[in-house]
Design a protein around this ligand. Structure first.
Ligand code: FRU
Length: 502
């Protein structure tokens, strides 16, 4: 007995020394992060037989980028995720870079078995020795659990040709692929009858935001809210490796028409980039294929990170986080077309009892009844006579991340210049979304989950997605107004994921 106690004490001492050396961070409650190691882009988002698949760029061997393989998680509700074993590992020659997945309902590939359609992944094989990036096909006959690599299906002989997004184009009864010639800032479109033989169709770009590379394109059709009766348009999204609005990597979009071969922006779209998000941490977002016919939504997930500091963020034992699943819609107003984003409605299942409060704001900080770490709230703000309004998220050591509203200059921002101890020069920044505040009103919907803020402004007309890394201690919210008074109409819910994949 005594011996056991001594052994136990020794073991505990050993564990606490290890923990002292590197402390596991607080895991997010309802955002997907792998249990350990490095993760970047979401890949192969596809729905099949009751499951939403989330594959992702994954390093099985460490918490920095490398050995890129497809990690895998599934969900039945887009909220609770279960991490599964690696789906597509790197091979000695070829890493499995980003790409997409489809269900081949008509078995155009011939890889179906027993009358069941195969799941097909089309992704970039990155061969550093050959200096080649080309598109590969792999298939699964067991709901994405195991994969057989068929091999390369499309090469243009480039070392920077990647990130194929493939989907079925019903009108032309063809598969369509959009992929990038990254350094040229061009998106190439190809078509295929069988996902194996691809024909070049057209090229788009450079256009809008340019940078050291374009990455991870997507192309989908949406009905236009507020448009002509029955109007639909196509949205082309392209990510920029640097030079985006948040200061590093980020996403932009174009709205136009697509005939199965060529994407053409609507007249007057111009060359000014339109950003998918104004924060620093929304990258490589791609949307689901094959959502059930009864679900008209377009849903995407982004990687909540920025290539500038992605490998330096102070988290352990996993490094990499996805945003929540978001709907993407398209609206048309006097200002033209714009996308609207919202967290998927399934997330409401995590809400605890709401609390409501109407609070006058002034210089002195008013504590807010928002649970610190994992919460959702809606803040309807009347900016009154105030020059600036801030909602401050403060940790136990006094580090603060601010959500701010500046009526005079028409800005909503997240300021994380003092959100935690310094770890990278590119991190401490203020990220601004332009918002019309002339009528002194703005509606903010905020998701907070330990180290991430997802801010949806005026029903998702703009979003700001930012991570923050606190110094320590519990998080609490307060609000204040400078240079006058303002009113906050607040509804808040605790959010907690339950069960599997927590
Ligand atoms: C985007 C990206 C892709 C590439 C992948 C590699 O973040 O650079 O272009 O396929 O990551 O992990």
């Amino acid at each position: 007995m005594k011996r056991l106690a001594i052994l136990l004490a020794a073991a505990m001492a050993a564990t606490s020394t290890m923990a002292g050396a590197q402390q596991a961070d607080v895991r997010p409650g309802y955002h997907f992060a792998p249990a350990r190691n490095w993760m970047n882009d979401p890949n192969g988002l596809v729905y099949y037989d009751g499951e939403y698949h989330l594959f992702f760029q994954y390093n099985p061997y460490g918490d920095r980028w490398g050995h890129m393989s497809w990690g895998h998680a599934v969900s039945r509700d887009l909220v609770h995720w279960e991490e599964l074993p690696i789906a597509i590992p790197e091979t000695p020659e070829v890493m499995a870079f980003s790409g997409s997945a489809v269900v081949d309902w008509n078995n155009t590939t011939g890889f179906g078995r027993g009358g069941k359609p195969p799941m097909i992944a089309i992704y970039t094989g990155h061969n550093p020795k050959a200096k080649l990036q080309s598109q590969y096909l792999a298939y699964s006959n067991d709901r994405g659990r195991t994969w057989t690599v068929h091999g390369e299906v499309l090469s243009v002989g480039s070392s920077e040709f990647r990130d194929p997004k493939v989907f079925w184009h019903a009108a032309t009864k063809r598969w369509v692929m959009v992929a990038v010639l990254a350094l040229e800032n061009r998106a190439l479109i190809f078509t295929s009858p069988n996902l194996k033989d691809w024909t070049y169709a057209s090229s788009f770009g450079p256009a809008g935001g340019r940078g050291k590379n374009w990455e991870c394109p997507d192309l989908f059709e949406l009905p236009v809210q507020g448009g002509a009766p029955g109007e639909k348009r196509w949205v082309l999204t392209v990510n920029l490796g640097d030079n985006a609005v948040g200061g590093g990597s980020g996403g932009q979009y174009f709205v136009g028409d697509f005939d199965g071969k060529r994407f053409v922006p609507v007249a007057g779209w111009g060359d000014q980039p339109r950003w998918t998000d104004y924060g620093a941490d929304f990258y490589a977002a791609v949307s689901y294929n094959d959502l059930p016919g009864s679900d008209p939504r377009r849903i995407w997930i982004g990687w909540a990170n920025d290539w500038r500091y992605a490998e330096a963020i102070p988290t352990w034992p996993s490094r990499g986080l996805m945003t929540v699943a978001r709907t993407v819609a398209l609206s048309k107003t006097a200002d033209g077309y714009r996308i609207l984003q919202a967290p998927v409605s399934e997330l409401a299942a995590l809400r605890g009892a709401p609390e409501r409060a109407v609070l006058p704001l002034a210089e002195a900080a008013t504590p807010l009844p928002i649970p610190g770490g994992k919460a959702e709230f809606e803040a309807e703000l009347d900016t009154g006579t105030a020059g600036q309004l801030t909602l401050a998220l403060t940790d136990g050591q006094g580090w603060q991340t601010l959500i701010g509203v500046n009526p005079a200059v028409g800005e909503v921002f997240i300021d994380r210049t003092r959100s935690g101890p310094h770890f990278h020069d590119g991190f401490a920044n203020r990220h601004i979304a332009p918002v019309d505040l002339k009528r002194r009103k703005v509606k903010l919907r905020v998701l907070v989950d330990e180290s991430i803020l997802e801010l949806f402004i005026n029903d998702g007309e703009q979003t700001i997605t930012d991570r923050f890394f606190r110094g320590g201690g519990p998080l609490s919210w307060s609000a204040s107004a400078r240079g006058g008074t303002a009113t906050l109409n607040l509804t808040t819910w605790p959010l907690q994921a339950k069960g599997k994949g927590e």
